[in-house]
Design a protein around this ligand. Sequence first.
Ligand SMILES: [Zn+2]
Length: 122
Amino acid sequence: MRRLLSRRRRILAKLPPLEEVLRGSVIVRSLRCGKPSCHCAEGEGHPATYLSVTLAGGRTEQISLPAGLVPVAERGVAYYRAWWAAIEQLSAINRDLIRRRRRQPTRPSRRPIRRSPRSRRP
Ligand SMILES: [Zn+2]
């Protein structure tokens, strides 16, 4: 029981900042610029980085990322994954705690049982 509680605390202490979470994935696509003289017309295209996110209803939104925002987006996506992983780990620990608490016999309360909440009021 104690071990589970301290594991839970450790997971919480390691969580990255929630305000920076970003759902989606950072992808690199190869683009052709359209100039017939450019190397991309024949060979490899120009790499372009996007944040790709699937929205409700199955629509996908892609936002192109300038170089300066690539690390920001990558960090946000990593944080998002870390939060979900933590939620899954915490949920597994809490399931274990529920199982253990179910097995424990319910102790009789030491406090006298109140007859009814109404009887306490004058
Ligand atoms: Zn080109």
